[in-house]
Every structure is written in C-alpha cells, then in structure tokens.
Design a protein around this ligand. Structure first.
Ligand code: NAD
Length: 428
C-alpha cells in the first residue's frame, strides 16, 4: 500500500514513521522545502523524534518526502495534518486545509481515500474540504472518492504516547468511506474507534480538548482561592488524586500553551454561533486561563516587593520557554506573554531553557526571535533578582536553583522536594 501524508509537523511526521514501520510506502508532502530536505537526508527537526528512525525508513525505501503534490496520483490514501490556528480576531483559520484540498484535488484519482486529521469544527470535512476536493477534481465524494475524519491524539514529550497504541477515532462520509479508513489505519494502529460520521469524529476531538481547557481553568481558579486561604493547591490535588474513582488530576500553571488547548475550543465557539448556541463553559475557561499570566506577574511583583524592590529595573530570569515540560515546542507558550508583561513593566528579562537554546521566529512574538538562553552557571543565575519558573523541565537542577537564586516564583511546583531557604520561594 502507498499513501501520502500532507504536513510533516508534530502530528504528520510520527504518523509517517508509524505507517512506514508497518510496511506501508509513505510519501510525506510539505510546502516547507527545509522539512523535505531534512527527511530525505534522514535528519529530524523535532527534538523528541529520533533521526535514526527517519533514516531507517528513508534508507529502506518506505519513506520519502516531497513538495510535489502531483505524487498524490500514485497513492491509495492521503492523510492531511496541516495547522488549524486562529486568526487575529480569534476565529478559525482553515485556510491551510483549504489550500491543501486544492493542491490535492488536481491530482485526485478515482477510489482514493482522503482523511483529515487537523483539529477543526464539525462540518469542515463534509462541507468545506469536500467542496474544494469535488470542485478541483470533478469527482464526487462518497461515490468517486472516499472521505473521512480521524483526529490525532499525539502527546508530545510523553514517552508512553506511542502512535500505535493510542486508540484512533474515525468517522466516514459514508459507511464505505469508514470501511476504507478503517482498513488504512488498521495497518498501523492497534485500536480503532469508529463513529457514525465525520462530524461526530470532529466533535469528539473538540470534547477532549475542551475537557482539558475547562479542568485546567478550574484548578487555576482553585489555586488562587486556596492560595488566599494559605492552602497549597498542589498538596490538595495530590491528595485528591488518591481517590480511585470519579477524579482525574489536572494541574495549574502560568496560562495555556501549545497548538491545541488554547485554540481548539474556540473553533467550536465560532461554529456554535451559527446555530444560535453559546459556549459559556468554554468562554469562562478561556477567561480564567488567559488571566493567569497577570496573576503570575502580580506574584513576581509581591516577591520583589518583599525585598524592597520594584519590577521596574529588576533583573528577572524566566525558566522555560517551551509550553510544556521536556519538549522544545514553544507554540502559544505563556512564557512569551510573561516576558512581554515583565518587559513592559520595565524589568530586564532573560530566559533559560535547555530545550530552546535560541528562540526561533514565531508569528505572534517575532520580537523575541534570536534571543539566546543564558548559561546555567551559579554566578549568572544568582545575578537575577528573581527566577520565574514557567516550565518544569526535568533537565533543570532545581536544588542548584534553590541554592543559587535570590528569589524564586514557582508556577509548576517544580521546587517540591528541594531544600529552599525560608522566604525565598513564592508559589504562583
Ligand atoms: N501537536 C500536537 O500535539 C497535536 C495534537 C493533536 C492534534 N493536532 C492538530 O494537528 C494539526 C497539525 O498540527 P501540528 O502540530 O502537526 O502542526 P505543525 O505546525 O507541527 O505541522 C504542520 C505542517 O504542515 C505544513 N503545511 C502547512 N501548510 C501546508 C500546505 N498547504 N501543504 C502542505 N503542508 C503544509 C507545515 O509546513 C508543517 O510542516 C493541527 O490541526 C493541530 O491542531 C496537533
């Protein structure tokens, strides 16, 4: 079997490797020539994906990368894993899906299966994508070609998150589309979860991410409420999670990050309006979560105040640019908001992140591009008035931080178990 996977990012690349390992011939398609060159040279550009795995698949001929969409003519199935961000007005931007659909449509052959994996609002596959595919190919979905939606459940940085073992939800445009999609994913994924339609599959992915967003907002709120009562939210969550049923732990933090949780819920909010529906839980969770950086900066100000210092003119070290621990992914990271807010208040800021030695250009925070991580040295770390922990990377020696830093503001409970001098540690 030969397939194409479009979009060789955090989702598409591991999927390519998973199919390639299972004897499927994979053509990885991307508009970014640097990614195409890297893959064909057997080089990974994602920290947690091993170059060896890519090299092996490329050398044994099961994986090749290309920017030539004409190669869609060669394959039985095309899987789309392109970005689905929000635009400036925080509305869904499905232009990447549409452009990909147009590029595929020109080369689409009868009998081909097209599967969308990008997270999006219900109706994208059977309406928006379907329309561009049909218009460009002059073929009819469900009759001449198959169409399905199957959401990705990648958890970057989690060693237990192996593509093959994560059950995969699939919805088809017709029962035959579903059968085709099941036959495809059955080659590489152990457990398939068929649902009745593309829309049900799209809605499933949104439920999963909204569930996280709402629960993170809940613990963020409780962090502030319990904090005012001098109760440590982390201790409370750790105790609560010993309950063997009916509880699932979520942890507070400095704000939402990553490509999914801060963005995906608003795909539903936008679509719901068309049906006269209001997503009040989603909006409230968004409000609480986006207020977190403000809360954290106020704690930094309190910590400095206790030392007769102002934010203005203070030297602040931010620990962790990546949005989550042990990865190099800085998309939507709240660390950028924290850096901006501190700088706007007159602080001198720097960062340390063992996974992000230099900040790459980003769409939202271009002014930080090129900034380099400080070196992890006692005389450097101790020179900052305060260290703000925004990501709890395992590669950081927190006892050294406890010994070296003047003041620490910890948003991740990273200092738990360390020996910290009294009055030095502030939780936020
Ligand atoms: N990263 C995650 O953990 C995760 C988890 C679940 C779902 N998702 C969803 O999966 C989708 C992809 O996310 P990602 O994290 O892999 O994004 P990414 O930015 O890492 O990768 C997207 C890739 O698509 C390529 N691309 C963009 N436009 C293209 C086009 N027109 N044709 C071909 N290639 C194009 C980009 O060059 C890039 O390589 C999104 O909808 C996201 O919400 C991501």
């Amino acid at each position: 079997m030969k397939i194409a996977i479009v979009g060789l990012g955090y989702v598409g690349l591991p999927l390519c490797l998973q199919f390639a390992r299972n004897g499927v011939q994979v053509i990885g398609l991307d508009i970014d020539p640097a990614k195409v060159t890297s893959i064909n040279a057997g080089r990974s550009y994602i920290e947690h994906i091993d170059s060896n795995a890519i090299r092996e698949s490329v050398q044994n001929g099961s994986l090749t990368a290309s920017a030539d969409f004409g190669r869609v003519r060669e394959v039985e199935a095309v899987i789309i894993c392109v970005p689905t961000p929000l635009n400036k007005n925080r509305e869904p931007d499905i232009s990447y899906i549409i452009k990909t659909g147009e590029a595929i449509a020109r080369h689409l052959q009868k009998g081909t299966l097209v599967v969308l994996e990008s997270t999006t609002y219900p109706g994208t596959t059977d309406t928006d994508l379907r329309e561009v595919l049909e218009a460009g190919s002059k073929l009819k979905a469900g009759e001449d070609f198959h169409l399905a939606f199957s959401p990705e459940r990648e958890d970057p940085g989690n060693p237990d998150s192996k593509v093959a073992r994560i059950p995969k939800v699939i919805g088809g445009l017709t029962p035959a589309c579903l059968e085709k999609a099941k036959a495809l994913y059955g080659k590489a994924i152990q457990t398939l979860v068929p649902v009745s339609s593309c829309r049900a599959a799209e809605a499933t992915k949104l439920l999963e991410n909204i569930f996280r967003s709402v629960n993170i907002a809940l613990v963020n709120e409780l962090k502030m409420v319990y904090g005012a009562m001098d109760i440590d939210i982390w201790e409370v969550i750790n105790a609560a999670k010993t309950k063997p049923f009916g509880f699932m732990p979520f942890y507070p933090g400095p704000g939402l990050g990553g490509h999914c949780i801060p963005i995906d819920p608003f795909y539903l909010t936008w679509k719901a309006r068309e049906y006269g529906q209001h997503t009040r839980f989603i909006e409230l969770a968004g409000e609480v979560n986006t207020a977190m950086p403000e809360f954290v900066i106020n704690r930094v100000a309190e910590a400095l105040n206790a030392k007769q210092k102002a934010v203005k003119g203070s030297r602040v070290l931010l620990l962790g640019i990546a949005y989550k621990a042990n990865v190099d992914d800085d998309r939507e990271s709240p660390s950028y908001r924290l850096l901006d807010m501190l700088k706007n208040r007159g602080a001198h800021v720097a960062y340390y992140d063992p996974h992000v030695p230099v900040i790459r250009p980003t769409r939202e925070h271009p002014h930080w591009a090129g900034t380099k991580s400080i070196e992890w040295k006692k005389d450097i770390v101790s020179g900052f008035d305060v260290v703000l922990i925004s990501t709890a990377h395992k590669a950081v020696n927190y006892q050294e931080l406890a010994d070296w830093a003047q003041t620490i503001v910890d948003t991740r409970n990273a200092m738990v178990g360390c020996n910290v001098a009294a009055g030095k540690l502030w939780k936020a």
